[in-house]
Design a protein around this ligand. Sequence first.
Ligand SMILES: [Zn+2]
Ligand SMILES: [Zn+2]
Length: 275
Amino acid sequence: MKGDPLLLGQQPEKQLGGKHLSLSSEGKDYGKADIHIHSSVGDGMAAVSAILDFVEQNTELDVIAITDHDSIEGSYQAGELASKRGYRFQVVPGMEVTTVEGHLLALYIENPVPSFRPLEETVEAIHAQGGLCIVPHPMSWLTDSISRRSLERILSSAEQSLYIDGIEIINATLAGSISNRRARNFNCKHQLAETGGSDAHFLAAVGSGLTLFPGRSAEELRQSLLQRTTQAINGTRFRLNDVGPLQIVRQQLKSRAFPYMIRHIWRNLFRAQSL
Ligand SMILES: [Zn+2]
Ligand SMILES: [Zn+2]
């Protein structure tokens, strides 16, 4: 990570247990964002209101985004509640769009982005409304993820509106156990803005993946993403034991990732048998 502004001078303290992060470096303050959180509007288990209260009381997050699958509703709710309640953190509008080639985070959007469309069309639709495209859990077969080939196709496109703003190199879920190293290696070459996200579907997981950026506000995060000065780090540790088996089963029944994983395993088994 030579030349990374966040690693020059005194490094931000990388570990873990977010409440105790010391993020001053060369007199600069770094904000903490979790820009990949699911609510009960989608397949998450916590209501938007509960997530916001949790962020206020139990974390030091400066910016968050509610990014439900194929719905901006939770994000709208978060924006409205934040303006009513006057939290100390800011909310970025967003959603996680399912494209025909995998999930794509759309941030800083005002309107919902259509789902189940070709990747190119989705990227253009996000940029057309001034949004940013972040690729979550890339190359992970544990959930519906954009492949290396698809990413490289977009990155080599000559079309002006066809580009990716950032890549999630820390995803704090099981899907991240497949994608994180692959994403980091991929990004050594492509140098997109790096992000970390919890991909939280449970309250206790909020803040388990973080994006650091110079500043504190949602706008400063946006500028940092555009300038590619963000840094992904691990956040607060979270164990499935903290959630409990009943919650996990209930979430899996709501989840869209579970059927995808089963389909993937089934397809690969079938392929292996037919070789
Ligand atoms: Zn996803
Ligand atoms: Zn997600």
